[in-house]
Design a protein around this ligand. Structure first.
Ligand code: SF4
Length: 433
């Protein structure tokens, strides 16, 4: 078995893509990780720490640190866990960014590995309520999770966790509002509480006062899906799946101008060129690569000189971009970058929840200016204003939506200024006639 086969045995193994059947999951690989966790619940967080599992929803934050914060909440004076206050685990499957389509596959095709990972996580941090928070646009995911959680309700394993926790462990499937911003972790809390998903200010952080004011852990679906495998095979096994200094695997949502777009689970640290040329089948019509919109696409754009970058959180950061959700939207020579950026900034403008004036007006204004420039009716003053927005807006919003939008805009101006200036020159020529 080579590294690729081994990696493919993890989250997206084709033989496990047959839906919501708990018995089949148990015959295949299910239950072993949970059994190990039940034998020694105190080993769960240290094992995740040793595996160096990172948050795979885009943060890249060490998972065990987040878990430890929540684990330390709701303790009695003698250090034992209180059973008087609820503690929540939210498994975030809102996934609504352009070009990202990994969590919906995990939820729809392999719901039991997600649920088993969530059960182990709840046991590790002492949560007695698990919420699977799912985008209702992904109807198949929602249905698969409803069916799968129902199957676990009579499981003896679930009963054993409840015994260990000293109270019943309950599972809920909740449809999100479907808004992009509802994926932001504090917006998810509002949404689950039945409100519009306005992101909350921090502090307090969800670990202290999250859902209904109670300690809450929020993890992305892909992060949770890794947990049962780590508890089954051990931290060293997980670490060995990565390449070079990277650990584990990552699901890359590859789309755009490639022959074989799709979700590819590969060793963390796989070079960008290999993702595009080997797994993606190369560029459509043998065109040259022009740019890769990274992670959502609310990050700095990568260009052909970055093809050698190993795809992991740290190495991509060294190129001043971010791996984000692992979404890679590939565009080829001949594609207008200004038009693409206009589409994405318009998406962010529509997605802004509107509670920060700088975000609401800033993204809207940027989208207007971009549309004007792209249509050939912009002026140098419009371009100067656009550049100025990338300098004054970052840091003025409550959540990362505004900063992400500005990062994308700023890097497109840096790499493709000629494409912004070109329509202005054409306009000037027309004026001179
Ligand atoms: S930055 Fe934008 S999306 Fe985020 S809270 Fe403020 S207005 Fe809402």
């Amino acid at each position: 078995m080579n590294i690729k086969d081994q990696a493919n045995r993890l989250l997206l193994h084709p033989e496990r893509r047959f839906g919501a059947d708990l018995d089949t999951w148990m015959v295949d690989v299910g239950g072993e990780g949970l059994e190990n966790a039940l034998q020694d619940p105190d080993s769960i967080i240290p094992t995740i720490k040793n595996a160096e599992l990172l948050g795979l929803g885009g943060s890249g934050f060490p998972t065990h640190i987040k878990w430890s914060y929540v684990s330390e909440e709701g303790l009695n004076e003698d250090g034992s866990r209180s059973t008087d206050i609820d503690k929540y685990l939210i498994c975030n499957g809102n996934e609504d960014e352009p070009g990202t389509f990994k969590d919906r596959i995990l939820l729809k095709e392999t719901p039991h590995q997600v649920i088993e990972g969530a059960l182990i996580t709840a046991l590790g941090v002492g949560a007695n309520q698990i919420v699977f928070y799912i985008n209702p646009e992904q109807k198949g995911s929602l249905e698969a999770m409803e069916e799968a959680t129902e199957q676990w309700s009579d499981s003896t394993l679930l009963q054993r966790i409840s015994t260990e926790l000293g109270r019943p462990l309950e599972l809920f499937v909740v449809a999100s509002s479907g808004h992009y911003i509802g994926g932001e972790e504090t917006a998810a809390l509002e949404s689950i509480e039945g409100n519009f998903p306005f992101p909350r200010g921090k502090p307090p952080y969800p670990a202290k006062a999250g859902l209904f004011g109670m300690p809450t852990l929020i993890n992305n679906i892909e992060t949770i899906a890794n947990v049962s495998h780590i508890m089954r095979n051990g931290a060293e096994w997980f670490k060995s799946l990565g390449r070079g200094s990277s650990h584990g695997t990552k699901i890359f949502s590859l789309s755009g101008d490639v022959l074989r777009p799709g979700a590819y689970e590969l060793p963390m640290g796989t070079p960008l060129q290999e993702l595009i040329d080997i797994h993606g089948g190369g560029m459509l019509l043998n065109r040259k690569l022009k740019a890769v919109f990274m992670g959502g696409p609310s990050n700095t754009i990568l260009t052909p000189k970055d093809l050698d970058v190993p795809l992991d959180f740290y190495k991509v950061q060294e190129r001043r971009s971010s791996l984000g959700t692992g979404a890679m939207i590939v565009v080829s020579e001949g594609t207008g970058v200004v038009r693409r950026v206009t589409e994405y900034i318009s998406f962010f403008a529509k997605s802004s929840c509107g509670q920060c004036p700088s975000c609401k007006t800033g993204t809207y204004y940027a989208a207007q200016l971009l549309t004007k420039i792209d249509s050939g009716s912009g002026s140098q003053a419009d371009l100067d204003t656009l550049i100025n927005l990338t300098k004054i807006l970052p840091g003025s919003g409550r959540c990362h939506l505004l900063d992400g939008a500005m990062k994308l805009l700023d890097s497109s101006l840096y790499h493709f200024m000629d494409e912004y200036e070109q329509p202005l020159l054409i306009d000037k020529t027309v004026d001179n006639r």
